[in-house]
Unconditional design. Structure first.
Length: 203
């Protein structure tokens, strides 16, 4: 089974890329979703975060207050590194388990959708890497619409990430996603044809 690592900045369209994969029968793991799961109420990961960042990152019901944590981590590079070092190990455990399941199910390929693909070390599980890139204005609009957050917080989140040159330099393939969904699908299919043996567009 070929493991594809998908990465890129927030708002670049990784979710849209994954929808195309799903259309062609290729499973993907959204590590943003996994990251939300590992910090569930009472989880070992959340307890470890509280030990470092304090209980001020919790809501009254004991669940994680993402904005409170984000305001700390996205404003201080050192704190962001601590956040990532804590969460990545729990996420990596989930990725390994998921990949083993997909292999047993007989898929020819599986995709790890990970904004922190390189920082987390998940890249070491991958056979090929691809980055989604989009211009800043497009990404900002997508983030605000998708997450329902204000422009200031969206910009803070964007500023905490690597610039596009990081992804262009490190990834095997780069797909620019400033256009339509149809254009993205065409680019995605072209990528799959090059990288997955016996890939067919028959759905």
């Amino acid at each position: 089974m070929k493991v594809i690592g998908l990465t890129g900045q927030t708002g670049a369209g990784k979710g849209a890329f994954c929808k195309v994969l799903e259309k062609y029968g290729i499973p993907f793991l959204d590590t943003d979703k996994t990251a939300r799961e590992v910090v569930g109420k009472g989880s070992p990961c959340l307890l470890e975060l509280c030990r470092h960042f304090g209980n001020g990152i919790l809501n009254d019901d004991g669940t994680l207050n993402r904005k409170a944590l984000g305001n700390i981590a996205f404003s201080d590079k050192n704190e962001l590194e601590v956040l990532n070092s804590i969460t990545h190990k729990y996420i990596t455990q989930r990725i390994n388990l998921w990949l083993s399941v997909q292999k047993k199910l007989g898929f020819c390929a599986a995709v790890i959708d990970a904004p922190q693909l390189f920082e987390s070390g998940a890249v070491n599980m991958c056979d090929v890497t691809v980055a989604l890139i989009a211009d800043e204005k497009t990404r900002l609009s997508r983030i605000i619409d998708r997450d329902g957050i204000d422009e200031e917080y969206a910009k803070k989140r964007m500023a905490s990430q690597n610039d596009e040159s990081f992804f262009i330099e490190k990834c095997d393939y780069v797909i620019y996603n400033n256009g339509s969904e149809k254009e993205l699908e065409e680019e995605t299919v072209a990528f799959l044809k090059k990288n997955i043996l016996h890939f067919t567009e028959d759905k």
